[in-house]
Ligand binder design. Sequence first.
Ligand SMILES: C[S@@+](CC[C@H](N)C(=O)[O-])C[C@H]1O[C@@H](n2cnc3c(N)ncnc32)[C@H](O)[C@@H]1O
Length: 158
Amino acid sequence: MTEGRSHLHDLARDPRRAHATAGGHAVSAAGWLDAHFEACRPEYEAILGGVGIEPGWRVLDAGCGGGNFLPRLAGLVGPTGAVAAVDLAPDNVAAVRARLAALALPCPVEVGVGSLLRLPYPDAHFDAAWCANVLMYLTDDELPAALAELRRVVRLGA
Ligand SMILES: C[S@@+](CC[C@H](N)C(=O)[O-])C[C@H]1O[C@@H](n2cnc3c(N)ncnc32)[C@H](O)[C@@H]1O
């Protein structure tokens, strides 16, 4: 990465605007993310199933995109758990809300617009944070701030 701009940020400025969100992040529109997720579903579900998320936990999906990880996250925490999802792109958040309305997930799942750079949650609010395919959009200056935010909202010892 160079001079405060990530490669994917520059790609989003390409006239082709490859599957960009309204916020300008390339290859991030919900329909495109669906295709990517389905192509990688076995690997993603294996990784998610192996990170140690436990029943009853409260988990954040940071940069949830179209919400493809939310059903599996809800299944892992189960009826005594809860999932929150946040994304910078209002169009992706709207897509997730529509999708959630059509699903019967085993736990509450709330989604809202927000940034990894200032997560709208108190300290130690979550037992775990999941963040897939997002950090590469951040600049060199933004990355440490986002990692600090993810650490801040997860309880010590998790
Ligand atoms: C490639 S998509 C990945 C979405 C999802 N995690 C997945 O793997 O299917 C990247 C997402 O990160 C979001 N994003 C980019 N920068 C963000 C930031 N600073 N805070 C929150 N979300 C961000 C974009 O809006 C987009 O929905």
